[in-house]
Every structure is written in structure tokens, then in C-alpha cells.
Design a protein around this ligand. Structure first.
Ligand code: ZN
Ligand code: ZN
Ligand code: ZN
Ligand code: ZN
Ligand code: ZN
Length: 243
């Protein structure tokens, strides 16, 4: 179980932030913001300023790098602050040094990922950790049955059953991406399925059935094959989604 806050139905936060994935671990409520002195950390505080807040002042005050560099295609929908970085005196704003470099920033935290988390089906860019946190928070929703089979991209809502870790960003359509996905699937297939392992030999069970990416193996080492796929088994069960 992760501690990542879920997207709540709370209507007090401003609308542009409703869909913003919460990626930093909530540390709780700030002990100072209600005091007469106030919170000396101000915008830099990494604790929540209010019971109904989802984002800390620190997260809220992050500045949009795209806007600062001249253009942010998200406009009003952007999760980050649109402020001009050009301070009086410093002459010209620096354009993004390399347009390709700019492309490879994580859509959640706007940092350059050290390990990318590639989704199957779209070319959105995420850090492995950011997208895992996002998917973890999705799994906490009431709709666990659905969340267990597919999770969606926070940018385009395309569903993807897993995230492929990669040291390079690979776009959809790139043969190298297909190759990475196959390699990743092969690596998963070498790992014993934890649902299967937990089930009794007389009554084998995995919510993903034959769609499972993990290994289903009989005691004698032969593969166990389910009659049905995830659609069938998910209907009948209520499971905690895997990470
Ligand atoms: Zn504070
Ligand atoms: Zn922006
Ligand atoms: Zn990120
Ligand atoms: Zn996407
Ligand atoms: Zn399984």
C-alpha cells in the first residue's frame, strides 16, 4: 500500500489542479500555518496547509519551465505556475537550449527522468517513479476491479497494463520500444505470480488468468494454463492491484 493521496472529490482546490497527480509523499499537515506567526517556510513548505489541501505549498509554487522558456502548450490547464522568469536587468530570456532535450521531460514533475517509465500505447514521458506513484494512487479508487487490469496515462487516458522501465526515452512506433516491451514481458514471465503462488494447488487462482504476465507453474515445473483471461476472473473477484 502506498501513501500517495488519491484524487479526491474535494472541490475547494482550484480546478486546474484537480487532475494533477500528487507525486510527492504527503507528510501531513503543517504544524505552523495556523499559528499567529504563520509558517516561516511559506511557499517552500512541504507539509499541507489545510485539511482539504492535496498539494503542499512547495508543489503549488513550482514554476513552469516551458512557460518560463517562452511557451507552454498546456496554457490554463498547466499544473505549474506561469510566471515570467525574466527579471529586470537580465536581458533576454533563454530559449530552451535543445528542443529535443525539452521533449524528454517528465509530464508529471517536469524534470528530466533518470529512468523513464514507458507506457504501452502512447508516447508520453514520465519518470518511472512518477508514473508508478500515479498508477498507485489510481489503484486506490473504488473501482479496483478495473484498476487491476488497466491503468491509464494521466495525459491521454490511454490504458496500459504495465510500465516499462527504460534508461532511454523511446517513442511509440520506435522498433526499439517494441523490443524493450518484449524484453520486459520476458523478464516478468520469469517471476512467479504472487496470486498464483498464494492459491492452493487444488484450486489454482490468478485474477489475470491466462492474461497474467507472470509465471504460473505447477509443482512439477510444467506451466499451468488457465481457461480464461483477466476479464473472466476479475468479474468474480475483488483483488488488490499489483504495482
Ligand atoms: Zn507550512
Ligand atoms: Zn505551463
Ligand atoms: Zn517525473
Ligand atoms: Zn499518454
Ligand atoms: Zn498470475
Amino acid at each position: 500500500m502506498s501513501n500517495i493521496a488519491i484524487i479526491s472529490t474535494d472541490t475547494t482546490s482550484d480546478s486546474s489542479n484537480v487532475n494533477r497527480p500528487v507525486t510527492s509523499k504527503p507528510r501531513g499537515i503543517c504544524a505552523y500555518y495556523k499559528t499567529d506567526r504563520g509558517c516561516y517556510q511559506g511557499d517552500k513548505c512541504k507539509f499541507l496547509h489545510g485539511e482539504s489541501e492535496r498539494l503542499t505549498p512547495f508543489d503549488k509554487s513550482k514554476i513552469c519551465r516551458f512557460y518560463a522558456a517562452g511557451f507552454c502548450r498546456r496554457g490554463d490547464q498547466c499544473w505549474f505556475k506561469h510566471v515570467d522568469s525574466a527579471t529586470p536587468g537580465s536581458s533576454s530570456r533563454e530559449p530552451p537550449s535543445d528542443p529535443h532535450e525539452e521533449e524528454y521531460l517528465c509530464s508529471i514533475c517536469y524534470d528530466k527522468p533518470t529512468t523513464y517509465g514507458l507506457l504501452v500505447g502512447c508516447s508520453h514521458i514520465f519518470c518511472l517513479q512518477c508514473i508508478k506513484n500515479w498508477r498507485g494512487s489510481q489503484g486506490k479508487s473504488s473501482d479496483m476491479v478495473e484498476a487491476g487490469t488497466t491503468k491509464t496515462c494521466p495525459m491521454c487516458r490511454i490504458s496500459s497494463r504495465f510500465v516499462v522501465p527504460s534508461s532511454l526515452f523511446l517513442a511509440e512506433g520506435d522498433p526499439k520500444k517494441a523490443e524493450s516491451i518484449e524484453k520486459y514481458k520476458a523478464s516478468m514471465a520469469r517471476v512467479k505470480c504472487r496470486y498464483f503462488k498464494r492459491s492452493r494447488p487444488q484450486r489454482r487462482f490468478c485474477p489475470f488468468g491466462r492474461d497474467c504476465f507472470y509465471k504460473h507453474e505447477n509443482a512439477d515445473g510444467t506451466p499451468y494454463v488457465f481457461d480464461h483471461g483477466a476479464d473472466f476472473y476479475m468479474e468474480a473477484s475483488f483483488v488488490t492491484p499489483r504495482g
